[in-house]
Design a protein around this ligand. Structure first.
Ligand code: TNX
Length: 545
C-alpha cells in the first residue's frame, strides 16, 4: 500500500463504519424527545410505495420519495390511502401530530416493519421527513445511485420547534444570486428545518426585483429603470472598506416569474419568503435609476462605485436617503410595496429602516410612519430592522428584527405596540464575520475578533431582549450580508455550519442544548454535506469524521 501513498491503517479507517454519535444519532437540530427502541432496523425495499394518508399528505410524501429516489434508484411511487397500515406512511390531519404543536410538530416512529410520520400540517410532516433523512446513511444524499444498506434505526421521536421563525437572510442586492443558486441555498438549509427565507432585494448597490409601470402614474416614474439601470450595478466593498478593485459584485435581477419560482420552491421546502425593500436609507440604487426620487433640481445619484469608501468598518453604508418632503417618495414606495405584496403569499413585508444616517430623525419618523401604514393597508405584517422600533408600528401587527444597538427600544415596541421580535444579533447570527484566517475577507467588528461557531450557538433568544416574554419572540435569523461574498460557493462557506447552530438555537429547548453535544452531532454532518456538494467551512471546533 505504501507505494500508493496511503497506509493500511488509513485504509481501514476510511473503510470503517463510523458509529453515529450518541445521543440523538447526529440529528440536527436535536429533537425534543427521542428514544431508541432497539431491535432490527427498518430496511428500505425496492418495491415499497410511500403512502400518503390524508389529502395534505401528498406534498410531504412526494418530497420524501423525491429525496430517496436518486441514491436508492428505487421507484418509490406515492400512493394515497385513507388509512395507515403500510410500510412507509406519511399521515397529515388534525390531531395526528404531538398535542399542542399543530403548526410544525411531528411524530416519527420507525420499527423493523414500518416508518410512520404523523403531523397536523404538511410543514410538520416535512419536518419529520427531514429528520428521517438524517437517520439514513449519508449516501442517501447522492444524486446518483449508490449501493448502500438503506436502513433506519428503530426510534420513536416526538418533536416540535421552540420558535416559529427560524430564518436565513440572503443579501442579493450587494451581490446577486441567480435563481438556481437561491434554490441550492434553500436545499442546504431546509434539511435543518430553516423555515424563512428573507431576501434583501434592494440596497445602495443594486435593485434586484422587477416592478411594472402602473396604469396610474402621476409622477411619471419609469419603474422599469429600477432593474434596467440598477439591476446592472454592483460595486462593493470588503469589510475593511476597500473597494473590491474592479471586481464587481454579481449583477442581475429577478423577473416576477423568477420571484414566483423562488416563492414556489421555498414553499415546497417549508419556507416562507420575507421580501425586503430597504427604505428610506440604503436607497442609492433607486435614486440612481429614478430621477423623480431625487430632491427637485438635484442630479440623479451616481452609481455606488462613485461613493467614497470609509477607512474601515461595516462597508460603505448609510449615505443615501429618500426625500421625506417629496410626494414622489410616497407614490414610489406605495407602488413598489403594493406590487411586492401582490406577488408574496407570505404574511410579511420587510421595509428595512436600518442605518439611515443621512436622514434627520424627524424625516425618518415621517417616512417610516407612512411606510408602516402602507404595509398595514396592504394586509401584511410590517417587519423592520431595530432602528424602526420607535416609529408608529401597527398595533399587534409589526415585527422588529434586532441586529445591533438598543434593546430597550425593542422591549418598548413589544410592550407598547404588541410587536413581535426576530433576533439577528450580529455576534450570534452574522455569517460574513470571519471564523479564522481561512476566511480572510470576513469582518471582525461584531465579535471584536473571530466569530466562531460557539458564538452562534451559545446564546438564549428567550432572554436576549430584557423584560419581554418569550412568547413575544418569533424566532431567530442568520444574516448573509453580501458586500464581499460572491456566489453560492462562498455563501455556503460562510453560512455553514453556523446556520445549523442558528437552526438549533431556534428549534431545540434551551435546557436541551449543549455545545459539546452539538459539535459531536455535527461531526457526522460534514460527510453528508460533502455528498450533497455543499461547500461548508470545516471549523476546527468540530472533530469532523
Ligand atoms: C449593517 S445589519 C447592515 C448592512 C451591512 C452589514 C454588514 C443591517 C441592518 N445593516 O447594510 O451589510 O452591516 O456590513
Amino acid at each position: 500500500w505504501a507505494g500508493y501513498g496511503y497506509s493500511i491503517s488509513e485504509f481501514e479507517i476510511w473503510n470503517a463504519t463510523m458509529p453515529a454519535p450518541a445521543p440523538s444519532r447526529g440529528l440536527l437540530p436535536r429533537p425534543v424527545s427521542m428514544s431508541e427502541t432497539g431491535g432490527t432496523p427498518y430496511t428500505l425495499n425496492r418495491n415499497t410505495p410511500v403512502v400518503a394518508v390524508g389529502p395534505q399528505a401528498t406534498a410531504p410524501a412526494t418530497y420524501l420519495a423525491g429525496l430517496l429516489r436518486p441514491a436508492t434508484g428505487y421507484g418509490l411511487p406515492v400512493v394515497t390511502r385513507s388509512s395507515a397500515p403500510a410500510p412507509i406512511v406519511v399521515e397529515v390531519g388534525a390531531g395526528k401530530g404531538p398535542a399542542g404543536q399543530a403548526a410544525e410538530g411531528y411524530r416519527l416512529v420507525v420499527t423493523t416493519a414500518k416508518i410512520q410520520i404523523s403531523a397536523d400540517t404538511p410543514n410538520g410532516a416535512l419536518n419529520g421527513v427531514q429528520t428521517l433523512r438524517q437517520l439514513l446513511p449519508q449516501w442517501v444524499e447522492s444524486d446518483t445511485v449508490v449501493d448502500a444498506p438503506w436502513t433506519v434505526p428503530a426510534v420513536t421521536i416526538s418533536d416540535h420547534p421552540r420558535f416559529a421563525h427560524r430564518g436565513m437572510m440572503l443579501d442579493v442586492a450587494r451581490s446577486f444570486y441567480p435563481v438556481h443558486e437561491v434554490k441550492a441555498y434553500i436545499d442546504a438549509a431546509a434539511q435543518y428545518k430553516i423555515n424563512r427565507l428573507h431576501l434583501h432585494l434592494t440596497d445602495d448597490q443594486g435593485w434586484r426585483i422587477a416592478v411594472d409601470n402602473p396604469a396610474s402614474n402621476p409622477a411619471g416614474i419609469d419603474y422599469g429603470l429600477l432593474t434596467s439601470v440598477s439591476g446592472r450595478t454592483a460595486m462593493t466593498y470588503n469589510d475593511n472598506g476597500q473597494l473590491m478593485g474592479t471586481e464587481l459584485g454579481v449583477t442581475g435581477f429577478y423577473t416576477k416569474a423568477d420571484y414566483a419560482e423562488i416563492v414556489r420552491y421555498a414553499g415546497l421546502n417549508g419556507m416562507t419568503v420575507v421580501p425586503e425593500i430597504d427604505i428610506p436609507g440604503h436607497t442609492n440604487a433607486a435614486l440612481h435609476a429614478i430621477p423623480q426620487l431625487n430632491t427637485a433640481g438635484a442630479a440623479p445619484r451616481p452609481a455606488t462605485g462613485a461613493q467614497t469608501a470609509p477607512a474601515n468598518g461595516t462597508g460603505n453604508v448609510g449615505y443615501s436617503t429618500l426625500d421625506a418632503a417629496s410626494p414622489a417618495t410616497y407614490e414610489f414606495v406605495t407602488q413598489v410595496l403594493t406590487q411586492i405584496a401582490a406577488m408574496t403569499p407570505g404574511p410579511y413585508l420587510h421595509i428595512g429602516g436600518d442605518e439611515a444616517h443621512v436622514t434627520s430623525r424627524a424625516n425618518y419618523t415621517t417616512m417610516v410612519d407612512s411606510f408602516n401604514a402602507t404595509v398595514a393597508s396592504l394586509g401584511k405584517t410590517v417587519v423592520g430592522w431595530n432602528e424602526y422600533a420607535g416609529t408608529a408600528l401597527p398595533q399587534d401587527k409589526a415585527v422588529v428584527q434586532y441586529w445591533n444597538g438598543d434593546r430597550t427600544a425593542v422591549a418598548n415596541a413589544v410592550t407598547r405596540r404588541g410587536a413581535k421580535v426576530v433576533l439577528s444579533p450580529a455576534p450570534h447570527t452574522y455569517v460574513p464575520q470571519k471564523q479564522d484566517s481561512r476566511q480572510p475577507l470576513g469582518g471582525t467588528w461584531a465579535c471584536g475578533g473571530p466569530c466562531g461557531l460557539d458564538r452562534h450557538y451559545n446564546w438564549d433568544p428567550g432572554t436576549f431582549i430584557p423584560n419581554i416574554a418569550e412568547t413575544s419572540v418569533l424566532g431567530v435569523e442568520s444574516a448573509l450580508w453580501g458586500e464581499f461574498i460572491r456566489r453560492l460557493g462562498q455563501a455556503q462557506y460562510y453560512s455553514l455550519p453556523r446556520l445549523i447552530a442558528t437552526a438549533e438555537v431556534g428549534w431545540t429547548p434551551q435546557a436541551q442544548r449543549d455545545y459539546a453535544d452539538f459539535t459531536t452531532r455535527l461531526s457526522v454532518a460534514g460527510g453528508r454535506l460533502t455528498v450533497q456538494g455543499v461547500n461548508f467551512f470545516p471549523t476546527t471546533d468540530v472533530a469532523w469524521r
